[in-house]
Design a protein around this ligand. Structure first.
Ligand SMILES: [Zn+2]
Length: 215
């Protein structure tokens, strides 16, 4: 379903409407130091599955729907029978941040490697919303390591406080068991969720997990 109006003709880059804006992620690129300010008291956490067959083999990461999840059932079954695991599962945590380089609100959506390190700061230094954090990222893939350092406390400006955050509960696709089955059979995201929804997610470029944390 594509609905276009006159507003869409010229609004491409000056679109301030959060609902029409593509969600911005901070990927925390390796080899760089990122300075961010955490804007949320808590991350939004959920289990995520990697489906390699989806999107014609390019793979996709989706949130586990919980009850009736065919992927959880498959993982459980393979564990019981000793069959080769096709899917993986891990806990992901999303949080709103202010990118100090661009001045924009972005989302960091990562696993426990980063969030355990951030939780360490929370315990040692205190509320993560009260100071900037410099994160050094080294290594690749599963070897990626995050070293966050707390900078001296500094209040947010009024303009920074007024920035619109993302509604983290709505950033990811929430497939039904039926939609998951389609993805497991190799369907493309656009076939399963429609163009608008599929385009607004960044699932294809999420880190591909290879560790099974369900055990
Ligand atoms: Zn599941």
């Amino acid at each position: 379903m594509i609905t276009m109006g006159w507003n869409d003709v010229t609004s491409k880059s000056k679109d301030k409407d959060n609902t029409n804006k593509k969600t911005k992620y901070n990927k925390l690129t390796t080899g760089k130091t990122h300075t961010i300010r955490i804007l949320d008291a808590e991350p939004f956490s959920r289990y995520s599955h990697w489906i390699q067959a989806a999107n014609n083999g390019r793979g996709v990461s989706v949130d586990c729907p919980g009850a009736g999840c065919p992927i959880c059932a498959d993982i459980k079954e393979k564990k019981k029978t000793g069959g080769k695991q096709v899917y993986s599962s891990r806990k992901l945590h999303a949080i709103n941040i202010l990118n100090r380089e661009t001045g924009e609100v972005e989302i960091i959506d990562k696993g426990k490697g980063l969030f355990e390190a951030l939780e360490g700061l929370l315990v040692e230094v205190g509320d993560l919303r009260k100071y900037d954090v410099k994160i050094r990222v080294t290594g690749e893939g599963n070897e990626t390591s995050y070293t966050p350092i707390a900078l001296p406390p500094k209040p947010l400006t009024e303009a920074e406080k007024a920035l619109t955050k993302y509604d983290l509960k709505n950033i990811t696709l929430k497939p039904t068991p039926e939609q998951l089955q389609m993805l497991m059979n190799g369907a493309a995201l656009t076939d399963v969720f429609g163009n608008n929804n599929a385009e607004n997610t960044d699932n294809e470029s999420q880190d591909k997990p290879s560790v099974d944390f369900t055990s």
